[in-house]
Design a protein around this ligand. Structure first.
Ligand code: 5GP
Length: 125
């Protein structure tokens, strides 16, 4: 089922449970603003999800409602994960799905970080 990006935040979503420690994850980075962990169904040799610690449904919700320090902290965390994984020189891809057409499945903002191989053109047609 895909997410309505305009809906209210539901704290029973799977990433909220991961943040509360109710469901395990393979954490690779954590700071005050963000948690990064490996995707359970990787689509590239390296596939990491970076999520903010606050309750935001999507990039739309986050960019509209988060305060500047929260936005800065999250974006810096995403960059830090890319550097930590040694992916800046070979390159990597970030992707955030927002709502139905983008096929967002989890209703807590997450940025996908893909790397570890040549990733090909941006979208399959
Ligand atoms: P979306 O389509 O919402 O952008 O992506 C959701 C991602 O979350 C998918 O890539 C999916 O594999 C991943 N995912 C769903 N449930 C879990 C989980 O319980 N643990 C982890 N690590 N990843 C999950």
């Amino acid at each position: 089922m895909t997410v309505d990006a305009t809906s209210a935040y539901d704290d029973q979503n799977i990433f909220a449970k991961i943040l509360r420690g109710e469901i395990p994850c393979d954490t690779i980075y954590e700071d005050d603003h963000a948690l990064a962990f490996r995707d359970i169904n990787p689509q590239a040799p390296i596939h990491v999800l970076v999520i903010p610690k606050g309750a935001f449904v999507s990039w739309d919700d986050f960019s509209a409602k988060a305060d500047d320090a929260t936005i800065a902290g999250f974006i810096r965390a995403v960059g830090e994960v890319g550097r930590m994984l040694g992916l800046v020189e070979p390159g990597y891809r970030l992707l955030a799905n927002i709502g139905h057409d983008a096929h967002q499945e989890v209703a807590h903002l997450h940025v996908h970080l893909f790397g570890g191989a040549k990733l090909g053109p941006m979208l399959a047609r």
